[in-house]
Design a protein around this ligand. Structure first.
Ligand code: DQA
Length: 155
C-alpha cells in the first residue's frame, strides 16, 4: 500500500460536467477538476489517481481494489449517493480516511438528494463549494492521514 496515494472516485454523469446543468455544477469539466487536484496533490506531497464510472458495480469494485493500494479515498458518487446501499457497504470495508464530496449542496436541493447512503461510513463530507469541495476534501484526507485521526472538534 502506498501511504501517499489517494483514490478519487467519480460516479454517474460526472463525466458530463461542463455541459450538464452548468448553473448548478459549473462549467469546469471533470478532466479540469482532476488536473487541478493532481497539481494540488503534488503541493501537498501526495499522489491522486482518478477513476470515473457510470456503473454502480464498477465503482463497488474500484472501492474493493482500493483496499491495500490507496491510503485514502475521496468519492463523489453522483446520484448513487442517494440510492446505493451496496456502494455504502463497499466503502465501509475500506480502512483509510474517506471523504464524500459534492459540487452542489444536496441538502438544499430536491428532497431525494437529502439522503446520503454514504454518510454513515465516511469520515465526513464537503458539499456546496463547487470545485473547491474537492480541494477541501483532499486537504482533509491528507490531514487525516498525517495525524492518523484528528480528535473530534480539532481544526
Ligand atoms: C452531486 C449531487 C448529486 O445529487 C447529483 O446526483 C450529482 C452530483 C454533486 O456533486 O453535487 O450527480 O453529487
Amino acid at each position: 500500500m502506498n501511504p501517499d496515494q489517494i483514490l478519487i472516485l467519480s460516479g454517474p454523469n460526472l463525466d458530463q460536467l461542463g455541459v450538464r446543468d452548468v448553473a448548478v455544477y459549473g462549467a469546469t469539466t471533470l478532466d479540469e477538476h482532476v488536473e487541478r487536484l493532481v497539481a494540488r496533490a503534488a503541493e501537498l506531497g501526495v499522489v491522486v489517481v482518478h477513476r470515473q464510472s457510470n456503473f454502480e458495480g464498477d465503482l463497488i469494485e474500484a472501492v474493493h481494489d482500493a483496499r491495500g493500494r490507496y491510503a485514502g479515498l475521496i468519492i463523489n458518487a453522483g446520484a448513487l449517493t442517494h440510492t446505493s446501499w451496496a456502494l455504502s457497504d463497499a466503502l465501509d470495508v475500506f480502512p483509510g480516511p474517506k471523504v464524500e464530496v459534492h459540487l452542489s449542496n444536496p441538502a438544499g436541493r430536491e428532497p431525494f438528494r437529502h439522503v446520503s447512503t454514504l454518510a454513515r461510513v465516511v469520515d465526513g463530507s464537503v458539499a456546496g463549494f463547487g470545485g473547491l469541495s474537492y480541494d477541501l476534501a483532499l486537504d482533509a484526507v491528507v490531514r487525516l492521514l498525517r495525524s492518523s485521526r484528528l480528535p473530534p472538534g480539532a481544526a
